[in-house]
Design a protein around this ligand. Structure first.
Ligand SMILES: [Zn+2]
Length: 280
């Protein structure tokens, strides 16, 4: 436990005891994936770093905004698509493998829990690796869409030289105007990443499944979420109401602090590998 002060060592020891008791339900947020180089994608789980977050209403109602979204997203996709799970994701998968978890709920849309080996993950806000047609409801893969976008926009990737390391892309209006968006192959409808935007509600079955997991938990373990949005915070509130203890590991402030039995303000990659070690 290098680099921890005595208080933090005690906190981790306490959390380790709770984890060892099992029936832990993990609720993870953007902070779990920052060590994998995943930028805040402007979805409901994060704050916009620049400008306003894309809303469902803007995406569906404004063709220019939609073109800008796809142009930027096309250039920045590899940052997301090439991201690899980190020690935090691997630690969660290991705890699940050892039978200590009652479930994994994530606000992240990067699929990195599963890439690390976790199973039955409830993806509250969807997954960027999938695309859905708003016309006919057909689902398809993001890689397939990327191939179509590349074919429809030969040479556009040269602009990628201006992509920031975190995948964010700034394009001027002329560059955006030159980008061709592709539509659903089946019905010509508008394609949208299969993620929940601001202004959209999380599909009810995901919410009810998550509440059921929390209801059966001994500990709700929040990882890397500041719980600023209600779509995640409501599970903490439910746990508190039901007398289920809440532990939070997060770098920086969290709105869950008043409700938590334990808050550890530290990088997840430092804390998580110390839980339920294979050798004592
Ligand atoms: Zn369609």
């Amino acid at each position: 436990m290098d680099g921890m002060d005595l208080e933090m060592v005690e906190q981790v020891a306490r959390l380790d005891e709770w984890v060892a008791e099992g029936d832990v339900v993990v609720l993870s947020g953007a902070g779990l994936s920052t060590d994998s180089g995943i930028p805040d994608y402007r979805g409901p789980s994060g704050s916009a770093r620049r400008g306003s977050p894309m809303t469902y209403q803007t995406f569906t109602g404004d063709p220019v905004a939609r073109r800008r979204y796809w142009a930027r997203s096309h250039l920045g996709w590899r940052t997301i698509g090439d991201a690899r799970p980190n020690d935090g994701h691997r630690a969660v998968a290991r705890l699940q493998e050892r039978g200590l978890l009652g479930g994994v709920i994530t606000q992240n849309v990067d699929g990195l829990h599963q890439a690390a080996g976790a199973r039955d993950v409830v993806e509250l806000h969807g997954n960027l690796s999938r695309v859905v047609c708003l016309g006919c409801g057909a689902g398809s893969g993001r890689d397939e869409l990327e191939e179509r976008l590349s074919a429809a926009n030969p040479g556009f990737a040269a602009v990628a030289a201006t992509v920031n390391p975190d995948g964010d892309v700034e394009l001027d209006d002329a560059e955006v105007a030159g980008f061709t968006v592709v539509d659903c192959l089946a019905c010509g409808g508008v394609l949208k990443p299969d993620v929940v935007y601001f202004g959209e509600t999380v599909p009810p079955e995901r919410v009810s499944r998550s509440f059921a997991l929390v209801a059966g938990a001994r500990t709700l373990l929040v990882l890397g979420s500041s719980l600023t949005v209600m779509s995640g915070r409501r599970f903490v509130l439910r746990a508190v109401r039901d007398g289920i203890r809440v532990a939070i590991v997060n770098r920086g402030m969290t709105r869950g602090e008043p409700y938590a039995d334990l808050v550890i303000d530290a990088p997840l990659g430092v804390i998580l590998p110390n839980l339920a070690p294979l050798t004592v």
